[in-house]
Design a protein around this ligand. Structure first.
Ligand code: GDP
Length: 488
């Protein structure tokens, strides 16, 4: 795929969306929200919008703290070809009796919130109000790491994907796929059944990696994990295959068939996503279920680190990368967020942030040099627990308390979805680097005693001026970084 082809397409997409024209009339901020399945995208967007619209308690979101937001409301979704984020349905689940977490997203969706505000500064009362359109674009993290594929041939991708599947930490997950590859003839012919079997085994391997590590480094092709509307289509029926030794693949070979499908995947799936959605983003938040990854011990921490760095690499590719010319211009702030921080006592929130920062390492500085501000935060978009002190064997322990989701288990106890329970979530290490050590604090770096899913809390007035909103942890700080400056 040629660079000019993409550049032209990108410009076309920008023009086509009327971005230039409408930005002049009313500024628009396009915020990308991504993360793997279950990382917390749906909950985050619902809580963000609900807090904005209802006037929730957001003391660290400067425009709100300074009393400059006059109102915020939902507007019709501006992109006709993109499904709308179904906020009403998600809110209905969260406010049902009993409250339930919303259904997760499986595809791209979008929502527009318009915010009316007074600009900052001493003369703000005289300046009148202004408006900002916040376009929230929710897309599966599984699709994100496909972008580097645009520069890769089938042969190069196959070589990398196979080498990675043989790495010690992945070999067990890839065992069935490896024996399938080994069972193929030397120069196999094109055969739909073989393609289907291979693609199925390759997908199962990727799924296992994602579920074990809860992180997303090198899980391409992303649509294998999150197919959207493409489930079962031939563009998804391929797998990495070593190039036949010495000779060019012949027309009727399996290699030629898979290579053609890989090309179709790039052309019909990856490129349109890149052009129509990714290139139009101004800011990006990446949600990570870091606690689940850390719970898997040092190997989980390693994989999480690799994942964070490769995601940052997509947004800020190296200076000599063909992607960089296109991507760098636009996205100027990237926020990595460890979600569900209400599973920890507040004393561990800063530690969790320090761990993410440590895992990203010098990649943060490189990205800053390339013109993107990168931040790391631990948040709970909806806080389902509160903190209590419990005594055990004469020791006072900082615990979290909430109503575990019906059916959750801890030891021999099964919860009914009504009774409250307090658990000791354990501590994260004070020194971030210790999460990578084989024997750090008891039970590795993760949670020491149990991990429970808690039921969502009721809407709370919580001292806010407006209508009731969901309690949260540090959601306001995330908002301030993502858009505070655009409301000044
Ligand atoms: P998505 O697949 O990325 O859209 O993930 P969801 O937003 O659907 O979140 C997946 C699950 O994570 C939810 O069903 C909740 O159980 C849990 N979750 C997400 N955000 C929070 C949070 O802020 N606090 C708590 N306690 N749980 C959360």
């Amino acid at each position: 795929m040629r660079l000019e082809e993409l550049t032209d397409g990108a410009m076309e997409a920008l023009r086509g969306a009327g971005a230039f024209a409408s930005d002049l009339l009313q500024p628009t901020l396009r915020l990308g929200v991504t993360g793997l399945a279950r990382s917390g995208k749906t909950v985050f967007i619902t809580a963000l919008v609900q807090n904005l619209v209802a006037g929730g308690r957001l003391p660290f979101f400067k425009p709100v703290a300074e009393g400059r937001i006059t109102r915020a409301w939902l507007e019709p979704q501006p992109d006709d070809a993109v499904p709308r984020f179904d906020i009403e349905r998600h809110l209905a689940s969260l406010t049902a009796d009993p409250p339930a977490w919303p259904e997760s997203t499986r595809r791209l969706s979008e929502l527009r919130v318009t915010i009316e505000y007074q600009p900052s500064g001493p003369w703000r009362h005289l300046a009148g109000t202004r408006r900002l359109n916040l376009d929230i674009v929710d897309y599966p993290g599984e699709w994100l790491l496909d972008l580097p594929l645009l520069g890769k041939t089938f042969e190069a991708w196959s070589e990398e994907a196979i080498a990675l599947s043989q790495a010690p930490e992945r070999a067990a997950a890839a065992a069935s796929f490896a024996s399938f590859l080994a069972s193929l003839a030397t120069a196999p012919l094109a055969d739909e059944q073989v393609a289907l079997t291979g693609a199925g085994l390759f997908r199962a391997y990727l799924e296992r990696c994602r579920n074990e590590a809860h992180a997303f480094s090198s899980l391409s092709p992303g649509r294998f994990l999150m197919p959207g509307e493409l489930e079962g289509s031939p563009a998804l029926t391929f797998f990495p295959l070593p190039a036949p030794a010495g000779e060019q693949p012949t027309a009727g070979s399996l290699h030629a068939m898979l290579s053609r499908r890989y090309g179709a995947y790039l052309k019909h799936v990856v490129k349109p996503f890149f052009r129509d959605h990714f290139l139009r983003l101004d800011r990006q938040i990446v949600l990570v279920d870091a606690l689940s990854a850390l719970n898997a011990g040092p190997a989980g921490a390693q994989e999480l680190g690799r994942a964070l760095r490769s995601v940052l690499g997509v947004f800020r590719p190296g200076a000599n990368s063909w992607l960089s010319a296109l991507v760098q211009r636009r996205i100027d702030r990237i926020l990595f967020v460890a979600t569900k921080a209400d599973h920890l006592h507040h004393t561990s929130h800063d530690r969790l942030e320090a761990i993410l920062r440590h895992l990203l390492g010098p990649a943060i500085d490189r990205a800053q040099l390339a013109g993107a501000e990168v931040r790391v935060q631990a948040i709970a978009a909806i806080r389902a627990t509160r903190e209590v002190l419990a005594e055990q064997h004469g020791e006072r322990l900082a615990c979290i308390k909430g109503v575990p989701v019906a059916g959750e288990r801890l030891g021999t106890r099964t919860f009914d979805g009504i009774a409250e329970a307090a658990i000791f979530p354990g501590d994260l290490p004070e020194e971030a680097a210790r999460v990578l050590e084989p024997t750090s604090v008891a039970g590795s770096a993760g949670i020491q005693t149990g991990f429970l899913r808690f039921r969502p809390p009721p809407l709370a007035q919580d001292g806010g001026q407006g209508r009731p909103a969901f309690p949260h942890i540090r959601l306001d700080r995330a908002l301030d970084f993502l858009m505070g400056d655009r409301l000044s």
